[in-house]
Ligand binder design. Structure first.
Ligand SMILES: CCCCCCCCCCCCC/C=C/C(=O)SCCNC(=O)CCNC(=O)[C@H](O)C(C)(C)COP(=O)(O)OP(=O)(O)OC[C@H]1O[C@@H](n2cnc3c(N)ncnc32)[C@H](O)[C@@H]1OP(=O)(O)O
Length: 242
């Protein structure tokens, strides 16, 4: 019997899922993105198998995956839209940091600079992104279909522990490889004198981006640690008999 005067803890309200139109869209989106990243993985593995004994094994990898990578990494921008519209309960800011950093790597670092394309960093981060995204989008698809295979859920909330550091190391190495060519070519830079009376040096901007990883990466990482605790790491509370 509940004691008089004692407050009974409220159980959290179950969160409403997306409406049927949004749900249909998300299922389609997640299936397409799973297929896209599977295609990246297929091309990646094929490239490695065909070049296993040559230095091209990592230096030529970007050329092989370029088109599929660009398409499917860019489609991730829709994730920010999903979070902003509230059709998925993700944090908009964290999602934006996560997606922008990758889209920026693809279009602002690898696309313009051969040195970044052929760096070890590029193949490291592309491998980490690919494994993460195949698991993540397929997990979301199953979840929307009211199925949550435990193995997939476990991978979704565990692999990041090693894949995040690998991905970030790869990204930083790729940006680092682009610094010298960016400075040399004065790429995307604006020198004085000019009518706007401002100067902009892209290689300094790239250095600035590298520094932003210091405050932002731990936030993303510990967000995932909290998600892991919430989803698979919870302690089962046994109700005490009074
Ligand atoms: C000029 C620009 C410069 C920018 C500079 C920025 C610097 C940034 C530095 C940081 C660098 C990071 C680099 C990243 C590298 C890598 O990715 S390496 C590979 C390893 N990576 C990972 O493992 C990624 C892990 N991160 C994420 O998954 C996300 O990005 C996240 C935003 C951090 C995840 O958060 P969240 O959305 O909260 O996670 P979930 O638990 O999965 O989802 C919460 C709920 O939302 C539902 N949901 C989300 N998306 C979908 C979807 N597409 N479809 C359906 N449902 C979705 C999900 O199911 C959850 O719902 P509930 O179960 O009901 O809670």
């Amino acid at each position: 019997m509940a004691a008089v005067g004692k407050t009974v803890p409220k159980s959290p309200k179950p969160r409403a899922g997306p409406g049927s139109l949004a749900r249909g869209w998300l299922i389609l989106y997640n299936i397409v993105l799973t297929a896209g990243w599977l295609a990246v993985m297929y091309v990646y593995i094929l490239h490695v198998l065909n070049n296993s004994s040559s230095p091209e094994v990592y230096s030529g990898l970007y050329d092989s995956v370029e088109v599929v990578l660009k398409v499917f990494q860019s489609l991730a921008l829709l994730e920010i839209v999903h979070a902003a519209l509230g059709i998925v309960p993700s944090n908009v800011l964290l999602t934006a940091f996560q997606v922008f950093s990758r889209v920026f790597l693809v279009w602002g670092v690898m696309h313009p600079f051969k040195e970044a394309q052929t760096s070890l960093g590029a193949s490291l981060c592309i491998a980490a992104w690919t494994i993460t995204e195949i698991i993540r989008y397929s997990f979301y698809t199953f979840a929307l279909l009211n199925m949550k295979p435990y193995i997939l859920q476990w991978c979704r909330y565990t692999f990041f522990i090693v894949l995040y550091p690998i991905g970030v190391t790869g990204e930083l190495l790729a940006i680092y490889s682009s610094l010298a060519p960016a400075a040399e070519q004065k790429a995307f830079s604006l020198e004085m004198p000019n009518p706007l009376n401002v100067s902009f040096y892209y290689h300094y901007f790239l250095v600035g981006v590298m520094f932003t990883y210091i405050p932002i990466f731990p936030q993303l990482y510990f967000h995932m640690v909290r998600q892991r605790r919430k989803v698979i790491g919870g302690v089962t509370k046994v109700a005490k008999k009074e």
